[in-house]
Design a protein around this ligand. Structure first.
Ligand SMILES: Cc1cc2nc3c(=O)[nH]c(=O)nc-3n(C[C@H](O)[C@H](O)[C@H](O)COP(=O)(O)OP(=O)(O)OC[C@H]3O[C@@H](n4cnc5c(N)ncnc54)[C@H](O)[C@@H]3O)c2cc1C
Length: 470
């Protein structure tokens, strides 16, 4: 297929997705206002469904239950999350590359509630007691008849010499702003330095991890430097800027198809990112990163290899996968506890198609959440359900200005069509028209007036003078 043909396919998919969203919006506009629930009414409900986490998996479960249990007025659905918003992580890259306002990639949970019958408790989940069937939160204890654990994961940095101390991670809007701040600091330091060796260290950016997050992070750093920042330092134009991504596996994004891996490597190398595969990072100091294939003089190391379940999940006295997530059966339930389900990054289930673990992605979390919503509704109505089958839609990666990789079925798109498909898919997928319109305006404005390159410090001071990083 020609580039033009591929662009038409991308636009077609985008138009279909937007049409579907328009239809859904017209339905949701007819919904009634949400009615709030008291703690008492939750306690006294005939069936209490408690969902821990309002991320991709938790919200998908709540929406499916809302649809399926519309007529069951004796059932209460309560979602508990420490935040009242849900973060749309795939679009974090567009904050880090200076195109999106961070508040446009989070959606308040209350915005989903209009006319729906699930409720939100903003509280920290402190302890899950499986034997007494209750959950202790910072806002009190909630019993349950059905429990869905959807508490996501946290990025982990291995305990290698100097690595925790000298690396930055990327998981939240604050990390995205911090990445921009850090790149600006690095260029300013290179500008101030009189020593070419030190210059080179400031201008070398190493990313540890060749999975999805690692490759998109390396591409974002390279893109932000070349599309916005470096133009403000014309005297550094010929300086030796290096962005290096190092992965331990023998190919990038090892969980995706080899064709997709190869396309990712090609696109990254074409945009100037150095790709190291089959290479482990062994240690780091302030001025260098030691790998199994030699030292890289660099003052920046981002860590993007490995996640773990939050401690409230990994502390549960049940079977865990290596990263602390919960091993679930083919109905996504904890073995021996048919009333407890786990979805998303907190769960570890096997895809019978490949015999491998279902990948920790938003796509899988949503798919599992919808399945569990259906399974609980069926269990309440006394109907058996078929086992969970993961049906991946494909794989996409944003790899810098005007490029990316998108694999849908046998079709692998690269370059502008993949970039277009990535933006159309996630724009249509973020569950709020307000966010969609604002993001579209953000991207158009960035195209017209340039990327955001101002440094925004993320620190605040309390009355006692103590400084906190947000
Ligand atoms: C930078 C980045 C980019 C990504 N890009 C993609 C992508 O392009 N495509 C893709 O498919 N996936 C992507 N992912 C992965 C995706 O974000 C996760 O797989 C997905 O969020 C998992 O969904 P979840 O419901 O399990 O967890 P989450 O969506 O993380 O939700 C967990 C929720 O639990 C809450 N929570 C956690 N602990 C507690 C507690 N103790 N008390 C109360 N609440 C708590 C959190 O506040 C959160 O709202 C990306 C991840 C990152 C970090």
């Amino acid at each position: 297929m020609t580039g033009k043909g591929l662009a038409i396919v991308g636009l077609g998919i985008a138009a279909a997705a937007v049409g579907r969203r328009l239809l859904a919006a017209s339905v949701s506009m007819r919904r009634l206002p949400h009615e709030s629930e008291t703690e008492e009414s939750y306690h006294s409900a005939g069936t209490r469904i408690l969902i821990l986490g309002a991320g991709f998996g938790g919200i998908a479960t709540a929406l499916e239950l809302d649809k399926r249990l519309e007529a069951r007025t004796d059932t209460s659905i309560l979602v508990v999350d420490k935040d009242n918003s849900t973060l749309f992580t795939p679009l974090l890259w567009t904050v880090a590359d200076g195109r999106s306002n961070p508040s446009n990639i989070v959606v308040p949970v209350r915005a989903f509630q209009r006319g729906r019958r699930f409720h939100l408790l903003q509280a920290e989940v402190e302890k899950i007691d499986l034997d007494s069937r209750q959950v202790h939160t910072s806002a009190g204890t909630r019993p349950y008849d059905y429990l869905v654990i959807a508490l996501g994961s946290v990025t982990t940095v291995p305990d290698l010499p100097g690595v925790r101390e000298h690396s930055l991670i990327f998981q939240s809007p604050a990390d995205a702003l911090q990445l921009r701040n850090h790149l600006i600091d690095a260029l300013e330091a290179a500008h101030n330095s009189q020593d070419p060796k030190e210059d080179a260290e400031w201008l070398t950016f190493v990313v540890g991890g060749g999975g999805d997050t690692g490759v998109e992070l390396a591409a974002t750093i390279s893109d932000y430097l070349s599309s916005g920042l470096l133009s403000q330092y014309p005297w550094l134009e010929d300086a030796p800027v290096r962005v290096v991504v190092a992965g331990r596996a023998d190919r990038l994004v090892p969980m995706s198809d080899p064709k997709s891996s190869e396309a990712v490597r090609r696109e990254l190398e074409e945009s100037g990112v150095e790709v190291l595969t089959g290479v482990s990072i062994e240690s780091a100091t302030e001025r260098s990163v030691r790998t199994s294939k030699g030292d890289i003089p660099a003052r920046t190391l981002f860590w993007a290899a490995g996640t773990a379940a939050p401690s409230v999940v990994s502390d549960l006295p049940v079977e865990h996968a290596r990263n602390g997530s919960l091993i679930v059966d083919d109905h996504l339930r904890l073995p021996g506890r048919p009333e407890v389900y786990a979805v998303g990054d907190s769960a570890w289930s096997v895809d019978p198609r490949t015999g491998m673990g279902v990948p920790p992605t938003a796509q899988a979390a949503e798919h599992e959440g919808r399945y569990v919503g259906r399974a609980i509704a069926a269990a309440i109505n006394g109907i058996p359900t078929k086992p969970f089958r993961f049906r991946p839609l494909g794989h996409m990666a944003l790899l810098g200005r005007g490029t990316g990789v998108a694999q849908v079925g046998p079709l692998t798109l690269t370059g502008p069509p993949a970039w277009l498909m990535w933006h159309s898919y996630y724009l249509s997928h973020i569950p709020s028209w307000r966010n969609r319109i604002r993001l579209l305006l953000d991207w158009l404005l960035a195209g017209l007036t340039g990327r955001e390159t101002s440094q925004l410090r993320l620190e605040t001071r309390s009355g006692s003078g103590e400084t906190t990083r947000l």
